[in-house]
Design a protein around this ligand. Structure first.
Ligand SMILES: Nc1ncnc2c1ncn2[C@@H]1O[C@H](COP(=O)(O)OP(=O)(O)OP(=O)(O)O)[C@@H](O)[C@H]1O
Length: 201
């Protein structure tokens, strides 16, 4: 299983190009870091990989085939601000089960308490909410997880707990992970290799 970005280019509307000619390959089970200065386009690249934005040039393939945007996307993105990633009008149980039904093992690994399921998103802390976003992204059809500053806003204990659970699941399923972070220590600890995303280099 291989996720590949072929000659990707993107810009918002007619604005200047954010990036051009990006070629990146992620292998099954591989944990790859992505670093680069603020504003260089890392989040935009992640959104293209996960099918949330369409590249202006190039293509993203999974095992050589273009990824369909219909149904559950095999590349799932979790980003920094969980409150922007959930519907404020949905209770947590509905959000959790949006794409699949996480089992007790996943809920326990991520420390999701059952009483949170009947709450609204604004009745949870950022760390609690992020656990739901991670669980939601870890469906059985997820082949690659894109963690865009996934634990940046969280305290060290929550950060460690979430990463511990994600790494266990990734190992079990041979899922690949792209980690975007400004935290050098986290990158060193997690990643097999690190890609520098900087168009000016
Ligand atoms: N929806 C949008 N419309 C127009 N421009 C945008 C949009 N989203 C982002 N940009 C611009 O695209 C550029 C790249 O943004 P992006 O968020 O991808 O960078 P980043 O490398 O992830 O930054 P950071 O490390 O600060 O999160 C920035 O100049 C940003 O202002």
């Amino acid at each position: 299983m291989q996720l590949k970005a072929h000659d990707l280019a993107f810009r918002y509307g007619k604005q200047p190009w954010i990036f051009k000619n990006i070629n990146v390959t992620l292998e099954q089970g591989e944990i790859v870091g992505l670093i680069g200065p603020s504003g260089c386009g890392k989040t935009t690249f992640c959104r293209v990989l996960a099918g949330l934005l369409t590249p202006k040039m190039g293509i993203v393939t999974l095992n050589g085939a273009p990824i369909s945007n219909k149904g559950y996307h095999p590349v799932q993105l979790v980003f920094q601000h969980p409150e922007k990633a959930v519907n404020p009008r949905w209770k947590m149980e509905k959000t959790l089960n949006e794409g699949w039904q996480p089992d007790a093992k996943i809920l326990d690994a991520l420390g999701i308490q059952r009483e949170w399921l009947s709450r609204w998103p604004n009745e949870l802390s950022g760390g609690e909410l992020q656990r739901f976003c991670v669980a939601r992204a870890l469906g059985p059809q997820t082949r690659f997880l894109i963690a865009d500053e996934m634990t940046t806003m969280l305290d060290a204990i929550t950060q460690a707990q979430i990463w511990h659970a994600v790494l266990e699941i990734a190992k079990e399923r041979e899922m690949g992970i792209l980690v975007v972070s400004h935290e050098a220590k986290l990158m060193q600890r997690l990643c097999d290799k690190v890609i520098h995303f900087d168009q000016n280099q």
